[in-house]
Design a binder for this molecule. Structure first.
Ligand code: UDP
Length: 225
């Protein structure tokens, strides 16, 4: 979807105010390739209200097919701006994902940096049974549900449970780790040079194999062109 960070925020907040259920997918080449190979997952993505280009690979791919996207819109930036808006407007947010110690820290960060935002629930992402979590969402009726369990787990969870509240649902990968300082995001210089992916590989060398998907993705985009 051709969107920019400054245009999407007011659209999303208007929808939240109108109690319009909204599913936002933050797409990177890994997600697109996975969808290409898994039809059920592809249908989930197609069912989303917004698919934003998180990851410079998607933006590069869009240029290759001469249908350029205006900019990269990261899930993390949307997340932070929605938290700020939610705090100013006394909204209710539900958090699901990351390790238990990260969730404990997240509770502190939200109540200090985003006081005004009500925490409807905060659960770590290593659950065996999702039923109590789903019950908690139904009971608390949050305005925003942030699911940070990585892909495809987060999108699958959202798809199954979209009918629990008339709010916004968004899958945001490692964003709780970043917000709590458990993982550092690349400094602005790296982000602006579109090298955030390189920074992350240097910090977490185990991610190197995940990069292999990018050339595969670009090749596929070229072929389809
Ligand atoms: N995670 C989780 N449950 C799981 C597996 C992963 O909550 O079963 C969390 C993990 O702790 C991390 C996030 O999901 O906070 C995924 O991070 P990653 O950096 O892989 O996400 P990306 O943004 O790259 O998709």
């Amino acid at each position: 979807m051709k969107t920019t960070i400054s245009s999407i925020i007011p659209e999303l907040t208007d929808r939240i105010e109108a109690n319009q259920r909204t599913f936002v997918v933050t797409a990177n080449p890994e997600i697109v390739m996975y969808a290409n190979e898994h039809e059920k997952f592809l249908r989930i993505i197609q069912n989303a209200d917004y698919v934003v280009a998180d990851g410079i690979g998607i933006v590069i791919g869009s240029r290759l097919i001469k249908d350029p996207l205006p900019e990269r819109v990261t899930g993390y930036d949307i997340f932070e701006q929605l938290l700020t808006w939610g705090a100013a407007n006394h909204k209710k947010a539900f958090f699901l994902g990351a390790k238990p110690e990260v969730i404990a820290k997240l509770n502190q960060v939200i109540s200090t940096k985003f006081s005004g935002l009500e925490i409807a629930g905060a659960y770590d992402g290593y659950f065996k049974d999702e039923a109590p979590i789903v019950e908690a969402i139904k009971e608390s009726q949050p305005d925003m549900v942030f699911v940070a369990t990585g892909s495809p787990k987060q999108e699958e969870f959202i798809q199954r449970n979209l009918n629990t509240t008339n709010g916004l649902f968004m899958g945001i990968g490692g964003s709780f780790d970043v917000l709590t300082g458990s993982v550092k995001r690349a400094p602005k210089f790296w982000q602006n040079a579109h090298l955030e992916w390189l920074y992350r590989v240097i910090k977490e060398p185990a991610r190197i194999s995940r990069l292999a998907v990018l050339p595969k993705y670009l090749l596929k985009v070229r072929k389809q062109k």
